[in-house]
Ligand binder design. Sequence first.
Ligand SMILES: C[S@@+](CC[C@H](N)C(=O)[O-])C[C@H]1O[C@@H](n2cnc3c(N)ncnc32)[C@H](O)[C@@H]1O
Length: 268
Amino acid sequence: MDAEELSSLWRERLGSWAIPERILKQAPADPWGHNPTRFATRTDRALADPDRGPTMTRLAEALPEGGSLLDVGAGTGASSLPLRDRVGELFAVDSSAAMLDELVLKADKLGVSVTRVKGRWPDAATDVPVCDVAIAAHVIYNVPDAREFLAALDAHTRRRVVLELTHRHPMSWLEPLWEHFHGVSRPVRPIAEDVVALAAAMGYGVRVEEREAPLERFSTLEELAASACHRICLDPARAEEVGNTAMELGMWPVPRDRWVTIWWDHRE
Ligand SMILES: C[S@@+](CC[C@H](N)C(=O)[O-])C[C@H]1O[C@@H](n2cnc3c(N)ncnc32)[C@H](O)[C@@H]1O
């Protein structure tokens, strides 16, 4: 399949994750929303105990001393601030102002010079210069236009583009709870291989490294239950019931995800 076909397949498969309207309309909060506090904790952990996995390794080896780093879907900076000793200027792009606020606070404390760009990639690409290296970690499952997303990353990078993502959709772990509470089943595709195939069809010299996630998804059953209520559109008051159900369904402890690092060097 060529890039155009793979790109429309990605869009179609991602679209199949849409939550049925009858469930969505009862949701107390946006089930797709991200919580900046949770991501701030993730960034603090990444700063305290830097991950020596392939994503950080591939970024660090391509980033020149004092170079520019573009972080797309930066969140609170978990995948860019750990490179604080090498980064000359960080361009942090995110559609969420609350995430960027947290990131800037942390960057200021660490003495990292940061330019914040609030907006969706690739639309926000016009506000960003070409940088030495780009990272987009745990973002692409939010992006229907994966082809445009990747092309804009490559176009804004002098040396290397690095992506990190879970092997399967990050909401896949909720499948038994969707079945139990709503009687609906969730799709399997798209998966990381679909991004690899698309990037390769676009002509990039793609390399792939896979490993077990360095972090547990949740530290406690209560944390799992609160997150599950939010993601499957249930009232937070049902957290105890959701936690008990997760136990009965054998979902606790949650097995670690597989994380995939996809990278290529920019060619002129
Ligand atoms: C799961 S978080 C990952 C954050 C961070 N990269 C990390 O690894 O911790 C995804 C982030 O991407 C942002 N986001 C999603 N789609 C985006 C897009 N098309 N352009 C810019 N930001 C996006 C969300 O607001 C959120 O902050």
